[in-house]
Design a protein around this ligand. Structure first.
Ligand code: CO
Length: 134
């Protein structure tokens, strides 16, 4: 059911420092920061030949990644995103198998303008999984 790895998301305490590290130290193609007020994050996409890295930084009060950064002050891998062809079919199949979908279970529009869902990390070997309809 899952297809390509769309991105790996890394929560970072200092967005400018992380951008500079990926651009200057690692020599990666780094895009401009993008504020996502509906998701409480500022994101920076880094284009790699086979996938993307998404740097996440809290935006505004009550950001969903604020707690993660409190527990992981140096930053860390926050989630991985797999592509699916049909997000509603994927959700229904996962729910039927007992996996927990976060939030109200309805897809939201993610940072790429496409529908996304998140799956509970306790159901997926400790990893927060994002599904994106590609
Ligand atoms: Co993501």
């Amino acid at each position: 059911m899952i297809g390509r790895l769309n991105h790996v998301a890394i929560a970072v305490p200092d967005l400018d420092a992380a951008v500079a590290q990926y651009r200057d130290t690692l020599g990666a193609q780094v895009r401009a920061p993008q504020d996502e007020p509906a998701h409480g994050v500022t994101v920076v996409f880094i284009d790699l030949p086979n996938t993307k890295v998404e740097l996440l930084h809290p935006l505004g009060e009550g950001s969903p990644i604020a707690g993660f950064l409190e527990k992981n002050p140096a930053g860390g891998i926050h989630h991985i995103c797999y592509e699916v062809d049909d997000i509603l079919a994927a959700r229904d199949r996962l729910k039927a198998q007992g996996a927990r979908v976060l939030g109200d279970g309805e897809p939201k529009i993610g940072a790429h303008g496409k529908p996304v869902l998140f799956l509970h990390p306790k159901d997926f070997t400790g990893t927060l999984v994002e599904l994106e309809q590609a």
